[in-house]
Design a protein around this ligand. Structure first.
Ligand code: GLA
Length: 495
């Protein structure tokens, strides 16, 4: 190879990656024109990004690529790359708050790659008939999910150890029963089209038995698309078969994540409902009770139809991360107006808990827990429960907060007052009382007042502090408390 071509990134580049026995690859096709303009694409199992503009100078390449998003939109991402000897280091587009992800590619051909053929037409489906309610999750589901802490590093051993820990450390006693495996357990299908597990999960049925023996339940994850968000096998065109496989394994909960479904389905609400209804029906026909968790990031007014496809919960936003900004934005700002869709059996899901993952203070984690309890949100711990600090366990297992979350009335709380960074949220309870959160989103401690008139309460009532676990006597008209920065005082006003 001449020096010129060694410095010219034109060609096909491949990066192989794997967190198990399933080899996956990302293909990067680059074509650098004489003026330095770049065309080509990035092709991963779960997406295709077509380069729309880019430049190469020497070994430095930057480009913008576009893919089909939902809601009829295109999503653009910025990439940058550096040619170093025989390898090309590609910096993947990641959210501003995440560490940059750099992937190394090796060249498999130096020929100018052919352009990517146009994507096949998207499938449109008619709005489905309502799918029967499965009768599950009459109160918000409680348990654990592997993604926030372990992502692709989850395996059989971790899940067994988490189940052991939950059975002993007070989590199970507090009501956390689902042990949910998120993405990256899947292998390719066999010749009959049956989904399998990869080497991280040698025997799913044995794992379910193990979890069940501890009085807990096992959850799993898939996608209505051909590939999951992490690029593993999805359930597209295998919905009924997969539901039967899950039932045979003894699965109790399915999280069904849109991901690559946007590559095959038209981006409209009828089609998306029909895709979710398929799995809703399949689970009902599987012969086993499974909680059905929709994950499509709150698109296309999911609250209006989530229950009609037999969904027990549906995500309302993009992914949470373990930072105050992410959690507080999702919890305080992005749930407003969705309360009308929550009812027994059907819950808004502001995403899994980050409590204990280390990116927030205990004060902030208490706010996280309080908000999720007031919001009637599913409580799925997302930390390593094998090794939890006592303070974190205390937050996760606060029985008085959990009683609010699990309240039989099933009414999602709402913001009843806002004064700058100070917010009061309230939720009516089945016994005629009210749970109230006095929140301070500001940078300094402040006094927050909850006025009875904002909550619809009259006269004097007994007040109990649900974090101090202390009665505060009979209180008339309003309750004021000093609240730390990013903190909460959560009370119950008795009937
Ligand atoms: C999406 C979901 C996450 C997680 C990952 C797994 O990003 O929103 O909760 O399930 O996929 O790949």
């Amino acid at each position: 190879m001449t020096l010129a071509s060694a410095q010219n990134p034109t060609g096909k580049w491949v990066a192989k990656y794997s967190s198990d026995d399933e080899a996956r690859e990302i293909v990067l096709a680059l074509n650098v024109e004489s003026g330095g303009a770049v065309t080509g694409y990035v092709l991963a199992p779960q997406y295709e990004d077509r380069i729309v503009e880019g430049t190469a100078t020497g070994g430095q390449i930057t480009f913008v690529a576009e893919r089909d998003a939902n809601n009829n939109t295109k999503r653009r991402s910025n990439y940058s790359a550096m040619l170093e000897g025989g390898t090309l280091k590609l910096t993947m587009p990641t959210a501003a708050n995440r560490p940059p992800q750099v992937i190394e590619f090796t060249r498999t051909s130096a020929e100018a790659p052919a352009p990517l053929p146009p994507a096949p037409p998207k499938i449109s489906l008619a709005a489905p008939a309502a799918v029967r309610d499965n009768g599950l999750a009459r109160t918000p589901p409680m348990g654990w999910n592997s993604w926030n802490k372990f992502a692709g590093r989850v395996n059989d051993k971790v899940v067994r150890e988490i189940a052991d820990a939950m059975a002993k450390n007070g989590m199970k006693a507090a009501g956390y029963v689902y042990v949910n495996i998120d993405d990256t357990w899947e292998s390719a299908r066999d010749s009959q089209g049956n989904i399998g597990t990869n080497s991280k999960f040698p025997d799913m049925k044995a794992l379910a038995d193990y979890v069940h023996k501890r009085g807990l339940k096992l959850g799993i994850y898939s996608s209505p698309g051909p590939k999951t968000c992490a690029g593993y096998e999805g359930s597209y065109q295998h919905e009924a078969q997969d539901a039967k496989t899950y039932a045979r394994w003894g699965i109790d909960y399915l999280k069904y994540d849109w991901c690559s479904a946007s590559r095959v389905y038209a981006p409209d609400a009828a089609t998306m409902q029909a895709a979710y209804a398929k799995m809703g029906e399949a689970l009902l026909a599987s012969g086993r009770h499974m909680v059905y968790s929709l994950c499509q990031y709150g698109m296309l007014n999911v609250g209006e139809w989530g229950a009609k496809v037999s969904g027990n919960l549906w995500r309302t936003t993009g992914d949470i991360s373990d930072r105050w900004q992410s959690m507080s934005n999702i919890g305080f700002d992005q749930q407003i107006g969705r309360e009308k869709f929550a009812a027994s059996g059907h819950w808004n899901d502001p995403d899994m808990l980050e409590i204990g993952n280390g990116g927030m203070s205990d004060v902030e984690y208490r706010t996280h827990m309080s908000l999720w309890c007031l919001l009637a949100a599913p409580l799925l711990a997302g930390n390593d429960l094998r090794d939890v600090k006592p303070g974190i366990l205390e937050i996760l297992t606060n029985k008085e907060a959990i009683a609010v979350n699990q309240d039989k009335l099933g009414k999602q709380g709402v913001r009843v007052a806002k004064n700058g960074d100070l917010e009061v949220w309230a939720r009516p309870l089945a016994d005629g009382g009210h749970a109230v959160g006095l929140f301070n989103r500001g940078a300094a401690a402040a006094k927050v007042t909850a006025k009875w008139s904002d909550i619809g309460v009259k006269g004097a009532h007994k007040v109990r502090d649900l974090w101090a676990h202390a009665d505060r006597g009979k209180v008339k008209d309003e309750y004021t408390a000093e609240v730390p920065s990013h903190g909460v005082v959560m009370i119950k006003i008795a009937k």
